[in-house]
Design a protein around this ligand. Structure first.
Ligand SMILES: [Fe+2]
Ligand SMILES: [Fe+2]
Length: 272
């Protein structure tokens, strides 16, 4: 059990600390040159999460769970601080106090939701109270489907308008994921009666098909940007970042799929 705790904690921290480090970079690049204080704060977060990422990669799986528990708490606090920074920036943008800066409000809100998710995961791990599978399936999907829908919108808006075909494809993905997200919310409001294996399996399968095709689209976009074959204002690291987040969602969906198919219960049974 403690081995699983160490492995799970390190896996979350390795993935999300890199993400947090990159968010700080994207925010910094979007500020105006005169916003020196905000730039400085973003640089500090970059350094903090770079350090966390490095340390998370140095811990072996045999590390004492108590050490990891303390590390989780430290990282959780850093996640809370970067969350507060992102919300502060969002407030400044929405009040038009940073005219001409280059981060969309939805992007700033989006990265703050990811910080909050990271904080929640660490708290769940440390308290040992992981959400039951039937709730996790619905809640994780609602969270990640919105994340994927947002990514499609960012890509669509940051591609050059002259890349008409790609912009159109991005818009289609945005609509597709908005629809999937509303379906997930519908399933959520039908809880707990909707939490039966056939419905949850179908839900996971359907989402996975769409995430795979969005993941492939992001991979193509990332490669095209990297090779300078398309016109956009997308940072190559941002293209790779959203690709990795789609891969993460797929990894989670695969885990759900395995857990559901491994359940030795009557298929009509309600899971609670
Ligand atoms: Fe992100
Ligand atoms: Fe994201």
């Amino acid at each position: 059990m403690s081995d699983a705790f160490v492995a799970r904690s390190l896996d979350e921290i390795r993935f999300w600390s890199r993400v947090m480090k990159e968010h700080a970079l994207f925010l910094r690049l979007g500020f105006r040159c005169e916003d020196t204080q905000l730039i400085h704060e973003a640089q500090q977060f970059q350094a903090i999460f770079e350090d966390i990422e490095r340390r998370s990669n140095e811990f072996p799986l045999s590390t004492d769970p108590h050490t990891i528990r303390e590390f989780n708490t430290e990282v959780r606090n850093a996640a809370v601080h970067i969350w507060a920074f992102k919300r502060k920036v969002l407030g400044l943008i929405l009040q038009c106090k940073l005219p001409g800066q280059n981060n969309f409000p939805l992007l700033v809100d989006h990265v703050s939701r990811e910080a909050n998710y990271f904080r929640n995961r660490l708290e769940e791990l440390n308290s040992g109270r992981l959400e039951p599978l039937h709730d996790a399936i619905i809640d994780e999907n609602i969270f990640f489907l919105k994340i994927m829908a947002d990514h499609a919108k960012f890509i669509g808006h940051l591609l050059d308008p002259s890349e008409r075909k790609l912009v159109e494809q991005a818009r289609e993905f945005s609509n597709d994921f908005d629809t999937l997200m509303y379906q997930a919310i519908d399933l959520s409001s039908m809880r707990p009666q909707s939490q039966i294996i056939p419905l949850l399996s179908q839900f996971v399968d359907e989402n996975r098909v769409s995430v795979k095709s969005l993941r492939d689209f992001k991979k193509t976009a990332r490669d095209l940007i990297e090779e300078c074959r398309i016109k956009s204002i997308i940072h190559p690291l941002l293209a790779d970042h959203v690709f990795r987040e789609a891969e993460r969602f797929l990894f989670i969906l695969d885990m759900f799929e395995r857990s559901l198919s491994g359940m030795k219960v009557n298929k009509r049974e309600i899971l609670f």
